[in-house]
Ligand binder design. Structure first.
Ligand SMILES: Cc1cc2nc3c(=O)[nH]c(=O)nc-3n(C[C@H](O)[C@H](O)[C@H](O)COP(=O)(O)OP(=O)(O)OC[C@H]3O[C@@H](n4cnc5c(N)ncnc54)[C@H](O)[C@@H]3O)c2cc1C
Length: 505
């Protein structure tokens, strides 16, 4: 590398990825006045929040609802970029249709409706009225928890938290499933502090929604802000290597051989892929490599993008799964058994389903009168071999959807399946996890990997690193913003002054 390249590289910062993490990190860096290049390997931006089009249907690559709308980091970022609130989050009268395991109930968006429906759901779940005061106390405890109490609860799992609170197995199983859904983790793995923090936002802000234009409208707004502040965004730019010399980032090398010099790089793939694939483990101290290898990912999902010729689901999403009726109680031990089987890659007929319905928020995503359902069934990450093969999981997902939505089969126009491998290739994360650094007690808050890495000029952002909280997309967006601030601060206070001195001498 020449001395001139050392002192005047092409860019201050190169961001790898245009998902929630990359688009927000790039936008913040550009807003701070850094010379910013954002690179995306795919032809369309958005990562897990991207889309594709087929027969007039605009299908999401992921399967999303958004907890906080403009009240959370998305609105904070667009306001900060001087864009106001360009993302229009929409809501449906019924947020979710709970169906399966004995329950069948539509949950209204408003708080009074939710309170009214709760005893009906509890009755269907065969929870004795004697337990209702206990449930109310649990809900109150969650809502009233103070920030310092939540910090302490970071260190416990949802299951441990509920064990302290109630001895009733059905309540623990039902709540545990719902809390785990936020993080694609079972209740015995998800952090209680992280769950309560998010549940507070969910209950008190009541803003669960989906944007006009599809999930991609969110990263597109951030990328628009990045461009407005001078960033360059390049699609089909696949980074093969991050070049490091003497412990300092120097350049990125694209798969087409192009070399782009830079002061810093923000990587938004997983920490493991950044360390072992993009940089090379030899550039890091051994304990850091161990840490990167030991990061626990969340579980993930097989997906189906379903096009239907008429409205077959009324609520904003369908949540539950099969069996629709239980011949035994939904207890903690049943859940352990069923989820334990899924975790080992064994298909068991117990299929937890999460299925947002994007067209119930924005009908223009499909031809007039048609409906899009984006359904997922929980599945293990790619490092776990599926005992029954991938097709059995896809078939299981569709069989469950047909059972849950009786009108689906005869009104369906087509469906596309996305295996975990398809997802992994699209998002460029080798194990295909939904959240690459999952929110377990040892991986939340300050225990998440920091943005800064032992390689000078190399940072990580998105759902893999940083100390932010939140559900998937919001976690990644907040992480991106925090990382953009850190990179800017480091460049202004350390790197640029030193280089200016070097240039002057
Ligand atoms: C099935 C599913 C359902 C989910 N449901 C929800 C939900 O309902 N609500 C919610 O908030 N969250 C949900 N999540 C989680 C959420 O999607 C993610 O946590 C979040 O979008 C991650 O953002 P990110 O920027 O970290 O990564 P990604 O969105 O994965 O972006 C990474 C980007 O980097 C690019 N990239 C990777 N490697 C390279 C390279 N070498 N060169 C160039 N570009 C590269 C990729 O192409 C991609 O665009 C879900 C996730 C999945 C998979």
């Amino acid at each position: 590398m020449t001395a001139a390249e050392h002192l005047e590289p092409d860019w201050d910062v190169v961001v790898i990825g245009t998902g929630m993490g990359g688009s927000s990190a790039g936008a913040v860096c550009a807003h701070h006045g850094l010379k910013t290049l954002i690179l995306e390997k795919n032809p369309r931006p958005g990562g897990a929040c991207s889309y594709y089009e087929k027969h007039g249907f605009r299908m999401d690559c992921g399967t999303h609802l958004f907890i906080r709308g403009n009240k959370g980091p998305f609105g904070a970022l667009t306001r900060r970029l001087g864009l106001g609130e360009p993302i229009e989050f929409r809501h449906t009268p019924y947020t979710v249709h709970l169906k399966g395991m004995g329950v069948d109930a539509k949950v209204p968006q408003n708080i009074l409706g939710r309170a009214a429906i709760a005893p009906w759901i509890a009755w269907q779940a065969r929870i004795s009225p004697l337990e209702y005061p206990g449930i109310a106390r649990l809900m109150l405890d969650i809502v009233m928890k103070k920030p310092h109490e939540i910090e302490i609860l970071n260190n416990f799992t949802v299951e441990e938290y509920m064990l302290r609170f109630t001895q009733n197995e059905e309540i623990r199983a039902a709540f545990g499933m719902l809390l785990g859904l936020f993080f694609t983790l079972p209740p015995w793995e998800a952090s209680a502090g992280e769950s309560i923090w998010n549940l507070q936002k969910f209950i008190l802000e009541m803003n669960l929604g989906y944007p006009k234009g599809g999930a991609v409208a969110i990263p597109e707004a951030f990328l628009g802000g990045a461009r407005k502040h001078g960033a360059t965004v390049r699609m089909k730019a696949n980074v093969k290597k991050i070049e490091v010399e003497n412990g300092q980032v120097r350049a990125v090398i694209l798969r087409n051989g192009e070399r782009i010099t830079t002061r810093t790089v923000i990587s938004t793939t997983s920490l493991g892929d950044t360390v072992s694939e993009l940089v090379g483990e030899e550039h890091f101290p051994a304990p850091y490599v161990e840490r990167a290898r030991g990061i626990k990912p969340s579980w993930t999902a097989v997906q189906a993008k379903i096009a239907v010729k008429k409205r077959v689901i009324d609520a904003g999403s369908l949540v539950g799964g099969t069996p629709l009726k239980m011949d035994r109680k939904l207890t903690g031990s049943f859940l352990h058994e069923a989820m334990g089987s899924l975790e080992k890659g064994r298909y068991s007929g117990f299929v937890p389903i999460y299925a947002p319905v994007p067209t119930n928020y924005d009908p223009t995503l499909a031809p007039e009168g048609c409906q899009i359902i984006t359904a997922v069934a929980v599945a293990p990450t790619l490092d776990i071999e599926l005992e029954d093969g991938e097709q059995r999981w896809m078939d299981g997902l569709m069989e469950s959807m047909y059972e849950m939505v009786p009108a689906l089969r005869k009104n369906m126009l087509f469906y596309d399946t996305w295996s975990v491998k398809t997802l992994a290739v699209w998002i460029g994360k080798s194990n295909g996890s939904a959240i690459t650094t999952s929110q377990t007690p040892d991986q939340v808050g300050l225990k998440r990997p920091a943005h800064r890495t032992p390689v000078s000029g190399l940072y990580i952002a998105g759902d893999c690193g940083g100390h932010a909280r939140g559900v998937g997309t919001e976690l990644a967006c907040q992480s991106g913003m925090d990382c953009g601030d850190e990179v800017t601060s480091d460049l202004r206070h350390y790197v640029l002054p030193i280089q200016r001195i070097a240039l002057a001498s």
